[in-house]
Write a protein that binds this ligand. Structure first.
Ligand code: P6P
Length: 340
C-alpha cells in the first residue's frame, strides 16, 4: 500500500509557490521574484526585532523624496529589498517609496518583472516596537508603451505608472508579535507565518475572506477638524448606537500594514481621507493603496478613494498620493454614500 501522506503536512511558501507554478497561476520567473521578496522580508524581520540592540532605531539624518525624516531602518530595509530583487535576476525595474525615481535593474536577464514596494511602512513606530510592515506589488513588463521613449529614467517612470488592475501579484509582510506574510497572485489571499524554529514561512490561512461588514474603524481622528462636512457626518454616524445599540470601536496604530491586517481578519474599515492640509491624503497609490486594494478585492472586500475603485486609477507620477478607504464592502460603501 502507498505510504499514507502524513497528516502533519506543512506547506511552506516555497512549496506553495511551486504549486501555483504547476497550476499555471504564475511562471517560474515570478516564483523566483516572490522567493527573493520573502528572503528580504525575513532579513528585515530580523533587523526590526533587534533594532534597539544593533543601534538601528532613530533617524538616518536625511529626508526622503516624501519630505519625511528617513529612519535608519528605512534606509537599510530599502537596501535589503533592492539587493534581494537585483540578485533574483528576474526583476527589470524597481520603484521604492525611499527612492526619488524608479530604476532599471541591469542584472536582470529573464522575467524582467516590475516591482513596486514600500520597504518599511510605519517606520515611525520602530522606536516604540509597534507593528511595521513591507508592502509590494508586481507588474508584468509593459514594453509596448516604452517604444517611443528615449531616456532611461522616463522609460522606467512610464513602465511603473500602471493601474493596480494590471497587478499580477501583491502582498505585505507584517513585523509584529508574529511575522506574517500575506500574498495574492490572483487566486485568492494566502497567509503565511514565519516559523522562527527553522526560518520558513508556513501556510496558516488559505483563501482568506474579509467579513462583509465590521464595526471597527481605523482613522486618525486628530484630523477631524480638517475634514469636509460629508466626512464629518460619516464619522459622527459611527458613534451612534444605531439598531444594534452599540457604536463602532476605534482602533488605530498608525501603521497601515497592522491596521489593514486586523481589518482583513476582523472586518471593518481603514481610512486615510484627504483633508485641508493634505489635498490628496497621505498614502501613495503605487506601492501602498494599489497592492492593498488588490489583496482586499481578492478577499472579497473593497478599496476606494471615496468615489472610485483604487485599482482603476492610473498613476500620473510615481509618488502620487490618493485618499484611501479600504476594508469590508458594506463599510466602504457606507462611507462612499456619505461622500457622494
Ligand atoms: P498619521 C505611516 O507613516 C503611514 O504611511 C501608514 O502606515 C499609517 O497608516 C499612516 O501613515 C499614519 O499617518 O498621519 O495618522 O500618523
Amino acid at each position: 500500500t502507498s505510504p499514507k501522506s502524513s497528516s502533519y503536512e506543512i506547506v511552506t511558501l516555497t512549496t506553495w509557490l511551486l504549486q501555483q507554478e504547476r497550476t499555471g497561476a504564475i511562471d517560474n520567473e515570478m516564483t523566483i521574484v516572490l522567493a527573493s521578496i520573502s528572503t528580504a522580508c525575513k532579513q528585515i524581520a530580523a533587523l526590526v526585532q533587534r533594532a534597539p540592540i544593533s543601534n538601528l532605531t532613530g533617524v538616518q539624518g536625511a529626508v526622503n523624496v516624501q519630505g519625511e525624516d528617513q529612519k535608519k531602518l528605512d534606509v537599510v530595509s530599502n537596501e535589503v529589498f533592492s539587493n534581494c530583487l537585483r540578485s533574483s535576476g528576474r526583476t527589470g525595474v524597481i520603484a521604492s517609496e525611499e527612492e526619488d525615481v524608479p530604476v532599471a535593474v541591469e542584472q536582470s536577464y529573464s522575467g524582467n518583472y516590475i516591482v513596486v514596494f514600500d520597504p518599511l511602512d510605519g517606520s515611525s513606530n520602530i522606536d516604540a516596537a509597534v507593528s511595521t510592515g513591507s508592502i509590494f506589488g508586481i507588474y508584468a513588463p509593459n514594453d509596448e508603451c516604452l517604444a517611443n521613449v528615449e531616456d532611461n529614467e522616463t522609460r522606467c517612470i512610464v513602465s511603473v505608472c500602471q493601474p493596480g488592475s494590471n497587478l499580477l501579484a501583491a502582498g505585505y509582510c507584517m513585523y509584529s508579535s508574529s511575522v506574517i506574510f500575506v500574498l495574492t497572485v490572483g487566486t485568492g489571499v494566502y497567509v503565511f507565518t514565519l516559523d522562527p524554529m527553522y526560518g520558513e514561512f508556513v501556510l496558516t490561512q488559505e483563501k482568506l475572506q474579509i467579513p462583509k461588514a465590521g464595526k471597527i474603524y481605523a482613522f486618525n481622528e486628530g484630523n477631524y477638524a480638517l475634514w469636509d462636512d460629508k466626512l464629518k457626518k460619516y464619522m459622527d454616524s459611527l458613534k451612534e448606537p444605531g439598531d444594534s445599540g452599540k457604536p463602532y470601536s476605534a482602533r488605530y496604530i498608525g501603521s497601515l500594514v497592522g491596521d489593514f491586517h486586523r481589518t482583513l481578519l476582523y472586518g471593518g474599515i481603514y481610512g486615510y481621507p484627504r483633508d485641508k492640509k493634505s489635498k490628496n491624503g497621505k498614502l501613495r497609490l503605487l506601492y501602498e493603496c494599489a497592492p492593498m486594494s488588490f489583496i482586499v478585492e481578492q478577499a472579497g472586500g473593497k478599496g476606494s478613494d471615496g468615489h472610485q475603485r483604487i485599482l482603476d486609477i492610473t498613476p500620473t507620477e510615481v509618488h502620487q498620493r490618493v485618499p484611501l478607504y479600504i476594508g469590508s464592502v458594506e463599510e466602504v460603501e457606507k462611507v462612499e454614500k456619505f461622500l457622494a
